[in-house]
Design a protein around this ligand. Structure first.
Ligand code: FE2
Length: 384
């Protein structure tokens, strides 16, 4: 469901509105307990099946910095980070995500997190010593959407390596930028995340009101996480930022030189959504990693919400390049708080891949082409 009445068509081809034009007809009840004040996405804990292979990919190929490691776990951070880690690689039997972790503003926000999720009937665990090294008092929950979320404030500070140019590589990953989650019912997920204090910045819909994806933020960028419509709960990708586009091209060149171009799943390219330059990689377990740069500031309270037509073939790639099917269908399992994979629920709303890939006759480069019948504005998408 959606509210499309108050939107304005821009000269760039998408719509803007003041309120997120998304309405759930199956909402999760809003808790009376206030939400914790979330600062930003902070780290992801990934379970990997071959720790040495994953370490090689993230450290030797992508250049993340090892803060600390032992035989079963590697703690990694990006160049500008001063908290202990942005990525934990933990050896395990099943490749999956153990935690999407967010930093909160104060230690007291953890009490709020406990109350907020307890009121929702969620499983909630608090670990005063932290669930991972370098992180103090933490709360982990299985949220109403089935995702393992973590909140913390206390963390060991480590050196920010921005000035250590002697260590930098041409493809330097400077920040953790965002998560991306796969969930069957995007409006339901958006409503819940709004209750948690997130604001929608962009979304993809069709004229019938089906919502295919939405991007939401706490920090003033396009997102800290996105909800992608599909079978879930699963993890679509984790994204690290570079400073410039050429850093992403350097990563592509390096993978080519290493004869590892098969790690490149999609891109490089320019997103329509977010306006960011992007590259999608798959790690040795198939976990998807995005390299991302140059989205835009969203911190004002009246920041316009951008809505893309699902049939606009520039929404996912501004140059009109097609999205590969694996990008739509494949994603990582997520774990419950005991380490077991969460069951995956099928999406029943229309699939973005089904309505846009292939000879559906509705994807356009120029909207008039789709409206006018006859010759369609297809580019490469029609050939898949
Ligand atoms: Fe992304």
């Amino acid at each position: 469901m959606t509210h499309l009445n108050d939107r304005t068509l821009t000269s760039s081809g998408f719509y803007v509105s003041q309120e997120a034009p998304i309405h759930s007809d199956n909402p999760i009840a809003t808790p009376t307990s206030p939400a914790p004040d979330i600062l930003r996405c902070a780290y992801m804990e990934l379970v990997v099946t071959d720790l040495a292979a994953s370490r090689e990919f993230y450290v030797d190929v992508l250049g993340l910095y090892v803060t600390e490691e032992d035989e079963r776990t590697v703690y990694l951070r990006s160049t500008e980070e001063f908290i202990h880690h942005n990525l934990v690689l933990r050896q395990g039997d099943v490749a999956a995500v153990a935690a999407f972790s967010y930093r909160v503003r104060t230690p007291e926000d953890l009490d709020k997190a406990v109350a907020f999720y307890t009121e929702l009937g969620c499983e909630v665990r608090r670990e005063p010593g932290g669930f991972t090294k370098g992180i103090g008092d933490s709360v982990r929950v299985i949220d109403p959407l089935g995702f393992p979320y973590e909140f913390f404030y206390q963390t060991d500070h480590v050196e920010r390596l921005s000035w250590r140019y002697d260590l930098h590589t041409p493809g330097e990953l400077v920040r953790l930028d965002h998560f991306n989650q796969v969930t069957p019912d995007v409006p339901r997920a958006v409503k819940f995340m709004q209750d948690l204090g997130f604001r929608v910045t962009e979304d993809i819909q069709d004229d019938a009101g089906t919502v295919y994806a939405a991007w939401m933020r706490r920090k003033p960028t396009v997102h800290d996480t996105a909800m992608t419509g599909g079978d879930g709960p699963r993890m679509h990708h984790v994204a690290f930022a570079t400073h410039e586009k050429h850093n992403i091209l350097a990563i592509c060149d390096k993978l080519g030189a290493l004869r590892r171009s098969d790690a490149i799943e999609r891109g490089p390219g320019r997103h329509g959504v977010s306006n960011a330059f992007y590259l999608y990689l798959r790690d040795p377990d198939g976990h998807r990693v995005e390299i991302y740069t140059q989205d835009y500031y969203t911190g004002d309270p009246d920041n316009p919400v951008v809505t893309w037509d699902v049939h606009d073939n520039q929404r996912r790639d501004w140059w009109g390049n097609p999205v590969v099917p694996s990008w739509y269908t494949e994603a990582s399992l997520v774990l419950d708080l005991d380490g077991n994979p969460q069951p995956v629920v099928a999406r029943t709303d229309d699939s973005e891949m089904e309505v846009t890939v292939g000879a559906d006759g509705f994807s356009y480069t120029r909207r008039d082409d789709a409206d006018g019948g006859g010759v369609q504005g297809f580019k490469l998408g029609a050939t898949l």
